[in-house]
Design a binder for this molecule. Structure first.
Ligand SMILES: [Fe+2]
Ligand SMILES: [Fe+2]
Length: 331
């Protein structure tokens, strides 16, 4: 068998597992669910409930503008557990009386972005870790610009898959530290996890604007494998470097979204209606457009920039994050 044929056969086998939008259940795929459910009823019930939740949250993943459930490929309606021992997701309504349709965020998670935040702020790199972080980010900007050019939606989509990693890694490591050392976190665990979730919502929003191609999915898979581990090691070795690096990444994100806005204003990119998920998440007016969405996303990035530079500065002053209250309470 030639290497090309072998590669094609491997892709056919692994393709759905690696690049599918929905996770593929190994047990379900092999028709072993009933037998396994008899052995592990609680665990399997939880998985079914998760599947039901995923199905109910279909607008998050299927266009956002439709409440129609996706039809299963085998033509059979899936039936999941919607309540487990009385635990179920409460039905919520919006101010206008319509049902709250998002399970990935609830009304109390929504907010109005502070668009008055200064977009031009830049932390001047002085110490060596700062310079390293700055030039590392700058070295990534050139290939990024060559690759995406003015494909702003694809750029945003792929970059947000990376942007959502540091907050989760930092939050996880601070969480473990808090457990290990029997100490408070000063609110930083929550602040960093909120950042990760906020970035993921950016991703869910741009998923309504552009769809990733198969090779972009492959790229994200590889990038996540490298970036998660690299950032994990960097954060363990030097949190001040890791936060500074994210601070500079966020500065670049602000710049990228500014370019996106310029092209929207110039009419180079069509200013389409805002996705429904964005209108609810940022409390935008019902007639909001893509430009309004990019404006609030950019404000979020500027906030992440400030939080991460702040976190790095705390370490530079020889303190731990827990010694300074986290900037919680605003996004
Ligand atoms: Fe983002
Ligand atoms: Fe960000």
């Amino acid at each position: 068998m030639s290497s090309r044929m072998a590669g094609a056969a491997l892709l056919r086998h692994l393709g759905p597992r690696l690049f599918a939008a929905e996770p593929v259940s190994g047990l379900a795929g092999r028709g072993l669910v009933p037998a396994a459910a008899r052995i592990l009823p609680a665990r399997m019930s939880s998985t079914a409930a998760e599947a039901a939740t995923r199905e109910a949250a279909a607008p998050e993943q299927h266009g956002g503008g439709s409440t129609e459930k996706p039809k299963p490929a085998d033509g059979q309606e899936k039936k999941g557990i919607v309540s487990y021992w009385g635990i179920e997701s409460p039905k919520l309504v919006k101010e206008d009386g319509t049902e709250w349709r998002w399970f990935c965020f609830r009304p109390w998670d929504t907010y109005r972005a502070d668009t008055s935040i200064d977009m031009k702020k830049h932390h001047e790199p002085r110490a060596l870790p700062d310079k390293l972080a700055y030039w590392l980010v700058k070295s990534l900007v050139v290939p990024k610009q060559l690759f995406f050019q003015r494909r702003h939606a694809s750029h945003a989509l792929l970059l947000e898959t990376v942007a959502a990693v540091p907050g989760m890694v930092g939050g996880m490591l601070l969480h473990l530290r808090s457990l290990r050392r029997f100490e408070h976190s000063g609110g930083w665990i929550r602040a960093l996890l909120e950042e990760a979730e906020n970035e993921r919502m950016h991703l869910m929003t741009f998923l309504e604007v552009a769809q990733p191609k198969w090779w972009e999915r492959a790229l994200v898979l590889a990038a996540q494998g490298v970036y998660f581990n690299a950032y994990f090691v960097a954060y363990l070795a030097s949190p001040k470097f890791a936060h500074r690096f994210v601070g500079y990444l966020e500065e670049e994100a602000v710049h990228s979204y500014t370019e996106y806005l310029k092209d929207l204003e110039a009419g180079v990119i069509e200013n389409t209606p805002a996705p429904a998920i964005a209108i609810d998440y940022w409390r935008l007016p019902a007639d909001a457009r893509l430009k309004d969405v990019v404006t609030v996303v950019r404000a979020d990035e500027a906030h992440h920039r400030d939080v991460n530079h702040f976190a790095s500065d705390i370490h530079y002053q020889g303190m731990k994050l827990k010694d300074t209250p986290a900037p919680l309470g605003y996004h």
